[in-house]
Design a protein around this ligand. Structure first.
Ligand code: SF4
Ligand code: SF4
Length: 72
Protein backbone atom coordinates (compact mmCIF):
# COMPACT_ATOMS: atom_id res chain seq x y z
CA UNK A 1 0.00 0.00 0.00
CA UNK A 2 1.33 3.44 -0.98
CA UNK A 3 0.89 6.12 1.68
CA UNK A 4 0.90 9.73 0.47
CA UNK A 5 2.50 12.34 2.71
CA UNK A 6 0.06 14.87 4.14
CA UNK A 7 1.04 18.47 4.79
CA UNK A 8 -0.72 20.53 7.44
CA UNK A 9 -0.95 24.31 7.17
CA UNK A 10 -2.42 26.99 9.39
CA UNK A 11 -4.71 29.50 7.74
CA UNK A 12 -5.86 32.76 9.24
CA UNK A 13 -9.15 34.36 8.32
CA UNK A 14 -11.09 37.41 9.44
CA UNK A 15 -14.61 37.49 10.82
CA UNK A 16 -15.34 40.55 8.67
CA UNK A 17 -18.41 41.93 10.50
CA UNK A 18 -16.36 42.12 13.71
CA UNK A 19 -13.36 43.89 12.14
CA UNK A 20 -13.13 47.63 12.85
CA UNK A 21 -10.35 48.27 10.34
CA UNK A 22 -7.83 49.42 12.96
CA UNK A 23 -4.91 47.93 11.00
CA UNK A 24 -3.17 46.40 14.02
CA UNK A 25 -2.95 43.03 12.26
CA UNK A 26 -1.25 44.66 9.28
CA UNK A 27 1.25 46.41 11.55
CA UNK A 28 1.98 43.36 13.70
CA UNK A 29 2.28 40.65 11.06
CA UNK A 30 5.92 40.39 10.00
CA UNK A 31 4.92 38.19 7.05
CA UNK A 32 2.66 40.72 5.33
CA UNK A 33 -0.36 38.43 5.42
CA UNK A 34 -3.00 41.18 5.78
CA UNK A 35 -4.10 44.30 3.99
CA UNK A 36 -6.91 46.72 4.71
CA UNK A 37 -9.48 46.87 1.95
CA UNK A 38 -12.62 49.00 2.24
CA UNK A 39 -11.96 49.49 5.98
CA UNK A 40 -11.74 45.77 6.71
CA UNK A 41 -8.75 43.47 7.10
CA UNK A 42 -8.32 40.65 4.66
CA UNK A 43 -5.60 38.02 4.40
CA UNK A 44 -3.93 38.36 1.01
CA UNK A 45 -1.01 36.02 1.61
CA UNK A 46 -2.36 33.27 3.82
CA UNK A 47 0.30 30.88 2.61
CA UNK A 48 3.00 33.10 4.17
CA UNK A 49 1.61 32.69 7.70
CA UNK A 50 4.09 31.15 10.14
CA UNK A 51 1.56 30.63 12.92
CA UNK A 52 3.05 33.08 15.42
CA UNK A 53 -0.48 34.15 16.55
CA UNK A 54 0.62 37.75 17.06
CA UNK A 55 -2.31 39.03 15.02
CA UNK A 56 -4.76 37.12 17.20
CA UNK A 57 -3.34 38.58 20.38
CA UNK A 58 -3.33 42.16 19.05
CA UNK A 59 -6.76 42.23 17.42
CA UNK A 60 -8.91 44.29 19.84
CA UNK A 61 -12.17 42.63 18.78
CA UNK A 62 -11.04 39.00 18.35
CA UNK A 63 -11.93 39.07 14.67
CA UNK A 64 -9.05 36.85 13.58
CA UNK A 65 -9.53 33.12 13.61
CA UNK A 66 -7.39 30.20 12.51
CA UNK A 67 -8.08 26.85 10.93
CA UNK A 68 -5.88 23.93 10.01
CA UNK A 69 -5.76 22.82 6.41
CA UNK A 70 -4.58 19.35 5.39
CA UNK A 71 -3.29 18.70 1.89
CA UNK A 72 -2.26 15.36 0.49
S1 SF4 B 1 -0.22 34.21 12.89
FE1 SF4 B 1 1.63 35.53 12.71
S2 SF4 B 1 2.37 35.20 10.63
FE2 SF4 B 1 0.28 34.41 10.71
S3 SF4 B 1 -1.00 36.11 10.01
FE3 SF4 B 1 -0.90 36.24 12.24
S4 SF4 B 1 0.82 37.63 12.70
FE4 SF4 B 1 1.00 36.96 10.55
S1 SF4 C 1 -6.58 43.90 14.18
FE1 SF4 C 1 -8.66 42.99 14.11
S2 SF4 C 1 -10.06 44.75 14.09
FE2 SF4 C 1 -8.00 45.52 13.54
S3 SF4 C 1 -7.97 45.49 11.29
FE3 SF4 C 1 -7.09 43.53 12.01
S4 SF4 C 1 -8.85 42.09 12.08
FE4 SF4 C 1 -9.68 44.15 11.96
Amino acid sequence: MLISPISVFIEVYVDTPLCNGCGDCVDQCSMGVFRIYEEKAEPVQSQACIGCFKCLSFCPVNAIQTRWIMRA
